[in-house]
Write a protein that binds this ligand. Structure first.
Ligand SMILES: Cc1ncc(COP(=O)(O)O)c(C=O)c1O
Length: 326
């Protein structure tokens, strides 16, 4: 990062950003890519580029874009979210999607875009299969809609399924993926799509205040993320399984997706055990294990580059002690 060659990326003159964008586009099999500050900005720029005010997007009721992106699509784009239930495996039922598509009628918003999330975070990091993605891609094309994939963790999906990422993105018009999270870069995501889509998205990014200047210092870490951090994701998946095996053995703890399909482990505490996630958080701070939770009985832990086997074992031990009342 310190040695990155930089230029003004608002003018498209930062060679390191350009190299990252070319590499990203190539890895996901798209014509172009755009470096953005975050996954949230990538998804928002995608929706604002695909849609006009009053258009409707069809997305899962447990999708990150619907739940955890501060309602940006409505607040900034005047775009109407039409949620359909995420099934337990993170997919959206094809018939339900079809039923959500509006007839052409002045009473209705205009259905414009379907969004899928791969891997699906809230369902436990489940990868969506190539076959399913192709089916949704076909449905979108037949109905004249576009398909965006929130692929924050698309490389986790690719590694878990043993398929190239480009196969998972082929049915989509656009995809966002994150360089942070499992790929370990400090900052940044890529929005990818056709050359024309990326040309338009560049303008959207500028409107969002996301045109960065000498961003090559950040893009340099992104290049390391794509070149060196993808294949090792298999280790994180293995560590998530180690974590699940440890948690499974603790009385009062129930692992949701067991074994975990990728890098994350969601687990629940049996209320009869008399402990909440807050109790665990407080108990483990003393052992320098830092946890977060949004729910008193459900918690997520994610394996990544900085978590080794010993760290997994320390977390399991701490939770076992806390659940036993220590
Ligand atoms: C599935 C998914 N999409 C998008 C994001 C947003 O990424 P960022 O935190 O970089 O805005 C996240 C973040 O956790 C995520 O899990």
């Amino acid at each position: 990062m310190a040695q990155a060659e930089v230029g003004d990326d608002v003018f498209g003159e930062d060679p390191t950003v350009r190299r990252l964008e070319e590499l990203a586009a190539q890895r996901v099999g798209m014509e172009g890519a755009l470096f953005v500050a975050s996954g949230t900005m990538g998804n928002l720029a995608a929706v604002l580029t695909h849609c006009q005010r009053g258009d409707e997007i069809i997305l899962g009721d447990r999708s990150h874009t619907y739940l955890h992106e501060a309602g940006g699509v409505s607040a900034l784009g005047g775009i109407h979210p039409h949620t359909v239930p995420n099934q337990p495996d993170g997919t959206l039922d094809l018939q339900t999607i079809t039923g959500a598509i509006r007839a052409v009628d002045d009473h209705f918003p205009v259905s414009r875009l379907i969004i899928l999330e791969n891997t699906h975070n809230m369902s436990g990091g489940i990868p969506l299969s190539v076959d399913y993605l192709q089916q949704v891609g076909r449905l979108a094309r037949q109905q004249g809609l576009r398909l965006h994939i929130d692929g924050a963790r698309i490389f986790n999906a690719a590694i878990a399924l043993g398929r190239p990422a480009a196969e998972l993105t082929a049915p989509a018009d656009s995809i966002t993926f994150c360089l942070s999270k499992g790929l370990c870069a400090p900052v940044g995501s890529l929005l990818c799509g056709s050359s024309e889509f990326i040309r338009l998205a560049r303008r959207t990014r500028k409107q969002l205040g996301g045109g960065m200047r000498q961003a090559g210092i950040l893009a340099a870490a992104g290049i390391v993320a794509l070149e060196d951090m993808v294949d090792r994701l298999a280790e994180d998946h293995q560590r998530a399984r180690r974590l699940a095996a440890g948690l499974r053995a603790i009385s009062g703890v129930q692992v949701e997706q067991d074994p975990p399909p990728t890098n994350m482990v969601y687990f629940r505490l049996d209320p009869r055990a008399g402990k909440t996630t807050q109790d665990l958080i407080q108990a483990l701070v003393k052992q320098k294990v830092k946890l977060t939770a949004r729910n008193p009985y459900r918690m997520r832990m994610v394996a990544h580059y900085w978590i080794d086997d010993a760290a997994v074992d320390r977390a399991v031990e701490g939770i076992a002690t806390a659940m036993a009342g220590g």
